[in-house]
Design a protein around this ligand. Structure first.
Ligand SMILES: Cc1cc2nc3c(=O)[nH]c(=O)nc-3n(C[C@H](O)[C@H](O)[C@H](O)COP(=O)(O)OP(=O)(O)OC[C@H]3O[C@@H](n4cnc5c(N)ncnc54)[C@H](O)[C@@H]3O)c2cc1C
Ligand code: SF4
Length: 578
């Protein structure tokens, strides 16, 4: 095939998966082979653990219902080595829902526990017209963060895990949930993945088969549209009459710096992005101060988020972050410091109209699995916690009286701060799909009128339908010096990535694809998983190499034409402070 540079959409090369056929199991193992729990929560991130925390508070006051849920009233299944290991965010958090979850804790105690790093009292937003200039602009309403708290979701999840364990939860870390158990139109739980298989799926000496875990309620808290969430959405038509989900990818570093940063900073471009509709790049950056009260260290969280709607295949969030660090505004903050953490993660960007139905018989979706992120303000942590609280309350109400209809949760989310805040920004980002310049004025009008003008329901189109071309964004990326700017592989290394070299491949992509698609994946993947052989032809199809053991499970490949499936439990990064 000859090159069609500029006309190849990744969706023309769909991943070899059959989500409902492969990821839904319709027969349960016999009773003596399966594990029965009261409530199974899939994903020990902020949202899943908030569900566990609230549920255990309610059950703690109601021993009768607790007892009825059996020996394991609440189980959390998490694929990372420890809760927090796969969690990454900015993160400046609206404090309300966490205060509601742990009402006896002060913000000072959050900081003593090591997951919170200070209240925002000063902030600045800059336009960066060039690689040298920064112009301070009045803070647009969505960027107002006064009173919010800078947190690490990895550290917060570890704290929530400890609280959940003290409340009586059984936390199964290093365990992937790979299939949804569905019988008679009802979710019955999940099947966990096998462990100890080799590259070709062959059982090794330490092979352990997965197990059916059945539950009276199953909570899918997998983050950014997870593996089983996708299967559930298809099985129960949860996305009917909704807009498709769209995605953003963020790459983040944490730096230890000699001088404390005294304010929270956002930049809105245009540099280093190319904002013409041809390139379609939309994104922004953050720089958040973090003071670690436990160690006394002054830290800075810095990150770059890019919409996965761009058209230049050579767009790389990792390299854009490295380039951003060369701006004088950033240099004066980081210079003399040391990078202590790196990581990458995708987030759902469609907002209100893209949220799937949140309940189905036997199960519920919480947090990013339900698409609850306001990407205008880059805020999802507080919605994750609030949705966990609401899900726990809906489940408890039903289980207390022996019921299993969790649909009250749907309306509870709509009526809560989640529904209200997401509704206000329901149309705000869609105009950007027309390009920054055409869409910008409409975005401003939507922000100013809280979504009332221009009204109606604005649609999204899928990121993987965007035709890709091989452009020149890559020409501006700095050469990594290993001290201030870094390549992808040394970055993956500092995540503590624990994937076995002989693990089976968990990335599903077509491997014989046009160069435009291959280049898209090579540049997009922050972990350097995809490689085009040196002797591949300049035009036409190439044989893609997939170094899947580098994968940090950011999820971006699912947005742009492939599929991330859960690897063996325990594999992947071990984030500490992201
Ligand atoms: C780069 C970036 C910057 C952001 N900045 C901010 C910010 O500044 N402020 C803010 O409020 N929000 C921010 N957000 C959004 C916010 O981080 C998310 O909304 C929130 O962290 C999502 O939490 P969650 O618990 O739903 O999902 P996650 O944190 O993704 O947790 C899901 C968990 O489920 C586990 N899991 C998934 N599938 C399986 C499976 N099949 N089996 C077992 N385990 C599984 C994962 O390992 C993970 O631990 C940002 C997001 C990103 C990516
Ligand atoms: S291969 Fe892994 S790290 Fe790379 S884009 Fe896909 S999910 Fe992210």
């Amino acid at each position: 095939m000859s090159s069609r540079n500029g006309a190849v959409a990744p969706s023309e090369f769909p991943p070899p998966v059959d989500p409902v056929g492969e990821f839904v199991k319709r027969e349960l193992d016999s009773e003596d082979e399966r594990i029965e729990v009261g409530v199974a929560i899939i994903g020990g991130g902020t949202a899943g653990l908030a569900t566990a925390n609230r549920l255990l508070q309610l059950l703690g006051d109601d021993p009768e219902t607790m007892e009825r849920l059996g020996e394991v009233p609440v189980a959390v299944i998490e694929k990372a080595k420890t809760c927090g290991g796969h969690n990454l965010s900015g993160a400046v958090m609206r404090p309300g829902p966490l205060q509601e979850l742990f009402p006896d804790m002060t913000r000072e105690q959050w900081r003593e526990q090591g997951f919170a790093f200070g209240e925002v009292d000063k902030e600045a937003v800059y336009m960066t017209p060039t690689s040298k200039r920064a112009i301070r602009i009045p803070t647009p309403p969505p960027f107002k963060n006064h009173g919010n708290e800078v947190v690490s979701v990895a550290a917060l999840a570890r704290y929530q895990q400890q609280q959940a364990e003290e409340g009586g939860a059984y936390i199964l870390t290093e365990t992937s949930a790979t299939q949804l158990l569905v019988t008679d139109g009802q979710v019955q739980g999940v099947r966990t993945g096998d462990k100890g298989r080799g590259k070709d799926g062959e059982p090794l000496g330490n092979f352990e088969p997965g197990t059916d875990v059945t539950a009276q309620a199953t909570v899918l808290a997998e983050g950014c549209w997870g593996h089983l969430t996708g299967a559930a959405i298809r099985e129960f038509d949860l996305a009917d009459h909704r807009e498709p989900q769209v995605w953003e990818l963020g790459v983040k570093e944490v730096w230890k710096v000699p001088k404390p940063l005294d304010r929270l900073i956002h930049t809105v471009g245009p540099w280093p992005l190319k904002i013409s509709s041809k390139y379609g790049q939309i994104g922004g950056t953050w720089i958040y101060p973090m003071h670690n009260e436990k160690t006394g260290d002054n830290l800075v969280s810095i990150g770059f988020v890019v919409d996965l709607e761009y058209a230049d295949a050579t767009t790389s969030a990792h390299d854009l972050l490295q380039l951003f660090k060369t701006h004088p505004l950033v240099r004066k903050i980081l210079e003399g410091g040391e990078r202590v953490a790196w990581g990458a993660k995708a987030l759902p960007g469609g907002g209100y109209w893209s949220m799937p139905k949140l309940t189905m018989p036997g199960a519920l979706l919480v947090g990013d699995s339900g698409g609850m992120v306001d990407t205008v303000a880059l805020k999802g942590v507080h919605h994750c916690i609030k949705s966990g609280i609401l899900a726990a309350e809906a489940i408890y109400e039903q289980l207390k009286r022996g019921g299993s209809n969790f649909s009250a949760y749907e309306q509870a989310v709509e009526d809560s701060s989640i529904g209200k805040e997401l509704y206000e920004v329901r149309n705000t980002r869609q105009p950007f799909q027309k390009g920054f310049l055409q869409g910008g004025p409409l975005v401003n009008a939507m922000i100013a009128t809280k979504g009332r003008f221009p009204g109606g329901r604005w649609s999204w189109h899928r990121n993987d339908d965007k035709p890709m071309f091989i452009g020149d964004t890559k020409d501006s990326y700095p050469k990594p010096d290993g001290k201030y700017t870094f390549d992808k592989l040394s970055s993956v290394y500092i995540t503590g990535n624990a994937t076995r070299d002989d693990a089976p491949n968990h990335i599903r992509v077509q491997k014989d694809v046009p160069r435009e698609v291959a280049e898209t994946w090579v540049w997009m993947c922050p972990a350097g998983v995809y490689e085009i052989p040196e002797d591949a032809p300049e035009h036409g199809n190439v044989d893609l190499i997939v170094n899947y053991t580098n994968c940090v499970q950011c999820g971006a490949i699912t947005a742009k034409g492939g599929r991330l499936t859960p690897p063996e439990g325990g594999d992947g990064p071990v984030y500490q402070i992201t």
